[in-house]
Design a protein around this ligand. Sequence first.
Ligand SMILES: C[S@@+](CC[C@H](N)C(=O)[O-])C[C@H]1O[C@@H](n2cnc3c(N)ncnc32)[C@H](O)[C@@H]1O
Length: 247
Amino acid sequence: MTEAKQQSIAEFSSKTAQATYRTAAEAGLWLSEVKVIEDYFPKKGIILDIGCGTGRTTFPLLKKKYAVVAIDIVPSMITIAREIAEVKKIQANFSVGEATSLQFSSNMFDAALFSFNGWEQIPGRQNREKALRETIRVLKHGGIYVFTTHKRTLNIRWIQRWFSFYIGAKLFGIKKEACDYGDVFFTRKGANPHEPQQFIHIASVRDTRKTLKKVGFDILKVAMATELGDNEHEYPMAFYICRKPLQ
Ligand SMILES: C[S@@+](CC[C@H](N)C(=O)[O-])C[C@H]1O[C@@H](n2cnc3c(N)ncnc32)[C@H](O)[C@@H]1O
């Protein structure tokens, strides 16, 4: 396992992250997610909830009578999700799983979800692309995939990072796996200094669209959360609504 991936798993396993996501599970679906699910998901069927965390999206989908298979790469997230399900007496299917190598047969799911920018937390451009390839593989033809990202735009912070990226990585070859333009390490709000930093790739809509097309998705819509009536987020968040082609 690569260093960046190990760090990402360690961060999500930290006490602060666990406490944050235990509370997050209670938050339920965002307004934007409710809208997208109502408008684009089939009315019934089997949904793959990738990077489910502690079940923030899983439990409401179950309440809507979908069959939900929920996976997360971090074992302690799954442990908490199962505990919550037990306390609430909800029958749920949570298991440890990796988005870049899904443990499911092809053409199995009616829809899939990778909520709250989880896809951006996969280090390495090729791995993010691999996760999309895996998702399209396990979706039925016509199946819907919804995920979110940040929206990277050109500003002074990114111009500075662009320079250090190109000088370090491109000119001097200091290119680690977690060193794509757009990669950031940061400390989670409320984390202790000894806890690992969080990894995220701040994606641009242009790049993400390109990758989606490359792996074969039809892009039905890209919309900002605010366009979906959701003003609850601290930063601009883009929703991608995609479909596996019918044939
Ligand atoms: C920002 S959290 C969101 C959790 C949950 N979906 C929510 O909205 O509360 C992202 C989740 O994606 C998971 N994740 C990151 N990389 C993953 C991967 N390669 N495969 C599966 N899960 C992954 C993390 O462990 C984390 O639980």
